[in-house]
Ligand binder design. Structure first.
Ligand SMILES: Cc1cc2nc3c(=O)[nH]c(=O)nc-3n(C[C@H](O)[C@H](O)[C@H](O)COP(=O)(O)O)c2cc1C
Length: 331
């Protein structure tokens, strides 16, 4: 199978895809990374915590901050504030979180295609960089709106859309509906990225075949397992390069990724603790032999250096003595 145009995207994931993780995913083969969603209301009020979420580095190119909001003026102001540093700005209409949807933002807006189109058009009007959109199929009450919205967004000049094949009501339950993504691919001329339930090379190949999408976005399948990007490219025949971890099996890949994440996070967050470290530590060890007792110790540890070393030693032992089974459950 030929590589699709835009290939493999690391999905934006709040609390997971911090800058160090995004750079790591790229080193493992992800072609595109996007920041976690950031509230336009926080950015326009110059909230320091919100601005930390949209930090980047020269190793992340293109740099794509993702924003969300319910107030059009705040969204356009945010685009103006970000566009000097961003290569593309992505707008989120996929978040199912009640605190986001209550404010008429995220996936809740899919019930009102006119408002989505008005918001995106207003952003495009002030933007000097391309605008992309990530959305779900619809809200799950009434007919799905993604197809209509994608058609109209193409008309107003959106560069690319990414569709998660679930509704707001489904949150993460059931299976992603790739057929509805295919319908969208067949109805618009802009690139459509398929998202939902791609967890390995087999599902990647099935999803591409089923949807005809220009690329795939991978979320949960890349948590604790950034090597998935290299594995897909290797198994689908898109790369002949050696992986950055050299010769080795799953255990060696996992260990290399963890140690590299620690290195990147020391480099990038030298002035502050890494708020995602514990979560990543749990994800990198999930489903592996002895992981549940390890998790208890991880939760107790408050020193980030010690926590990092604990996981390195644990994965190192597995790499040396046991090997990690190829089909351990993904997080
Ligand atoms: C922990 C977590 C955080 C997420 N945060 C975001 C986010 O900030 N922005 C966004 O557009 N989607 C977010 N998502 C949704 C994912 O980007 C993706 O659409 C979803 O997980 C489906 O893809 P998957 O089946 O590959 O996981 C999040 C998902 C998870 C699991």
């Amino acid at each position: 199978m030929n590589p699709p145009e835009s290939s493999l995207f690391l999905a934006p994931m709040a609390g997971v895809t911090d800058l160090a993780y995004r750079i790591l995913a790229r080193e493992c083969g992800a072609d595109v990374t996007v920041t976690e969603f950031t509230a336009a209301s926080g950015l326009t009020r110059k909230n320091a915590y919100s601005w930390l979420k949209v930090e980047s580095d020269s190793r992340e190119s293109p740099f794509i901050p993702q924003i969300f909001g319910g107030v059009i003026e705040e969204m356009t102001q945010t685009v103006e504030m970000l566009q000097d540093r961003a290569d593309i700005i992505d707008i989120n209409f996929g978040c199912p979180a009640p605190k986001v949807c209550r404010n008429d933002a995220g996936a809740a807006l899919l019930r009102d295609p006119d408002r989505v189109v008005a918001m995106v058009s207003a952003c495009i009007e002030v933007a000097s960089v391309p605008i992309t959109v990530k959305m779900r199929l619809g809200t799950g009450s009434g007919a799905n709106t993604a197809l209509e919205i994608c058609r109209r967004l193409e008309e107003v000049g959106v560069e690319r859309v990414c569709v998660h094949g679930r509704t707001l009501r489904q949150r993460y339950s059931g299976e992603a509906d790739w057929s509805q993504i295919r319908e969208i691919v067949e109805s618009v001329g802009i690139p459509v990225i398929a998202n939902g339930d791609v967890t390995d090379s087999l599902t990647a190949s099935k999803c591409l075949e089923h949807t005809g999408a220009a690329g795939l976005m991978i979320g949960r399948g890349a948590i604790g397992r950034p090597s998935i990007f290299y594995e897909i490219k290797r198994d689908l025949g898109w790369t002949n390069d050696d992986p950055p971890w050299g010769d080795g099996d799953h255990a060696i890949a996992r260990l290399w990724c963890w140690d590299r994440y620690l290195e990147l996070s020391e480099d990038l967050y030298s002035d502050r603790p890494n708020k995602n470290l514990k979560r990543h530590a749990v994800s990198f060890t999930k489903g592996l032999p002895g992981a549940s007792s390890m998790r208890v110790s991880l939760h107790r540890e408050t020193d980030q250096r010690k926590l990092g070393r604990m996981v390195s030693e644990y994965l190192g032992d597995l790499a040396r003595f046991e090997g990690i089974p190829a089909n351990h459950p993904s997080p």
